[in-house]
Design a protein around this ligand. Structure first.
Ligand SMILES: Nc1ncnc2c1ncn2[C@@H]1O[C@H](COP(=O)(O)OP(=O)(O)OP(=O)(O)O)[C@@H](O)[C@H]1O
Length: 272
């Protein structure tokens, strides 16, 4: 196994009296596809929001590992004045959303350019003065946008309004948008939700190619178990906010605790 790129260490997340995640620990291996699964309300989206900097975990640490040292996601989110989820994106974690969040009134290619603008460090002054560094960054952003449109089979849609694309294409555009920020880790929140079987098959290939062709590390939340079992190298199962199983697809599929959580019965009943 390769080294972990992300380590979730004893994370608890509370909303008032509700404990959405309790003492959750797991790691995400570099270059692999890790799936976070569990029944409705298990705490998957909350965990994603902690990892991508939308929430600051109540307890525990989330570390993005790097050669130059580890980035503590909680520290990036709460850094005075400049802190926030944009720093998590800059550190190398990008995401897509359960409910697609594209700029629907912008063209497909504009969606990709806006995403890169937010991830680059060019200031307003360099834009107004159109410095050579700014113009170079602009050219690179356009090249990168068309590269990811090509990878996602969306080049012919470049100038259409994002909101006019069929749903499956919007999902792929969201992935392209995240990839345009050159993330070290991409987090996909229920990418197959609302897709038909043929769109889901295409999506599976897209996700697998991110890993095989681009050495991309992927963390995915997904309810479609066929898809999860087909594409994942590693699966972490949450139930009632806690990790109940962690291992290969074969390991979790045969784990009585997982079967019990999905069937809504006790582990003893499954083993009986
Ligand atoms: N902002 C919030 N305020 C209060 N409670 C919340 C909040 N977000 C999530 N919860 C609660 O935390 C628990 C876990 O929710 P979460 O959305 O993380 O689960 P999930 O596994 O993603 O569910 P689903 O598969 O249905 O999307 C639930 O009981 C939910 O009601």
């Amino acid at each position: 196994m390769s080294a972990p790129i992300l380590e979730v260490q004893n994370v608890t997340m509370r909303f008032g009296g509700i404990v959405a995640n309790r003492n959750v620990s797991f790691s995400v291996e570099e270059g692999a596809i890790t799936a976070l699964i569990g029944p409705n309300g298990a705490g998957k989206t909350t965990m994603f929001n902690c990892i991508t900097g939308f929430y600051r975990a109540s307890e525990g640490r989330i570390l993005l590992k790097g050669d130059g040292g580890d980035e503590d996601i909680g520290d990036l989110v709460t850094r005075p004045i400049s802190g926030g989820s944009h720093l998590v994106t800059r550190a190398g974690i990008a995401r897509t959303f359960q409910n697609i969040r594209l700029f629907k009134e912008m063209s497909v290619v504009e969606n990709l350019l806006v995403a890169q603008h937010r991830a680059t460090r060019n200031g307003i002054l360099s834009g107004v003065l159109r410095t050579s560094a700014f113009r170079r960054a602009e050219r690179e952003a356009i090249d990168r946008a068309y590269y990811w449109l090509a990878q996602m089979g969306l080049v012919e849609d470049a100038n259409r309004l994002a909101g006019e694309l069929p749903y499956g294409r919007q999902r792929r555009l969201e992935i392209a948008r995240a990839m345009c920020t050159s993330p070290r880790l991409i987090c996909l929140d229920e990418p197959a939700a609302g897709l038909n079987p043929s769109e889901t098959r295409e999506l599976a290939q897209v996700i697998q190619r991110l890993c095989s062709d681009h050495d991309q590390t992927v963390l995915v939340i997904e309810h479609d178990m066929g898809l999860v079992m087909r594409i994942s190298d590693h699966i972490v199962v949450l139930d009632h906010g806690e990790v109940i199983s962690d291992g290969t697809p074969e390991h979790v599929a045969n784990d009585a605790a997982v079967v019990a959580a999905y069937l809504g019965v006790s582990e003893e009943e499954v083993q009986a």
